[in-house]
Design a protein. Structure first.
Length: 213
């Protein structure tokens, strides 16, 4: 049987990551025909004494020159599973993602964690604001350019419903795809933060000109 490695990252309901042997994932050797779900379940039971978990995300790490750093004797892709468990006490050492980044000393592991977890949070926050701001900008730009709206009570509540529905749809479906694009691109978090600030400024400018001046 061919052997390979998988990784398990355990997070709790607060999205904090379990610190395990001074890093953020548990490395497990598996055989080709092993049931991965059973392997994960067994390791989670052994590590944090939990029977219930759910797989949130999978990440693919290609070792290339970092094989020595990760101590993996394989040319295959290294799959890491992010799993969530519901732990509401402090018996285990769960740490905030940004704080955990300062603990990780292995350079290759730190780079991978920063890109896929810490930067991901920053991208997500800015992306949600940036996308939603631009939708509001387009809506208000129509008003600014002369598109008139009869603001009756029914229209007002319809607009509120549309705004809240748009925010939900954007957060659930659009933002995750946009964040994945940003994580895989060479666009820095500083750049998207600056674009988000610019969109906020433009939205405020339009709102002042439409509703105040």
């Amino acid at each position: 049987m061919n052997e390979k490695y998988i990784g398990i990252i355990i997070q709790n309901q607060d999205e904090k990551i379990l610190l395990y042997d001074d890093t953020y994932y548990i490395k497990i050797k598996v055989n080709e025909n092993d049931n991965i779900n059973k392997i994960i379940a067994s390791k989670i039971k052994e590590t944090v004494d939990m029977n219930l978990f759910k797989i949130i995300e999978t990440y693919v790490y290609t070792p290339d020159s970092k094989l020595v750093d990760l101590n993996i004797i394989s040319d295959e892709k290294f799959i890491i599973y992010l799993v969530e468990v519901c732990i509401y006490h402090n018996e285990f050492n769960f740490i905030k993602r940004e704080d955990l980044l300062e603990i990780i000393t292995n350079h290759s592991e730190r780079d991978f964690f920063k890109k896929n977890f810490v930067d991901h949070i920053l991208y997500e926050r800015s992306s949600r604001s940036f996308i939603f701001n631009n939708i509001l900008i387009m809506f208000n730009l129509l008003i600014y350019l002369g598109f008139s709206i009869s603001l009756s009570k029914a229209t007002f509540f319809a607009m509120l419903f549309l705004i809240f529905s748009s925010y939900f749809i954007i957060s659930k479906y659009v933002v995750p795809k946009f964040v994945r694009f940003l994580v895989n691109s060479k666009i820095s978090t500083n750049t998207i933060n600056k674009l988000d600030f610019l969109s906020c400024f433009l939205l405020i400018f339009l709102l002042i000109n439409i509703y105040i001046l």
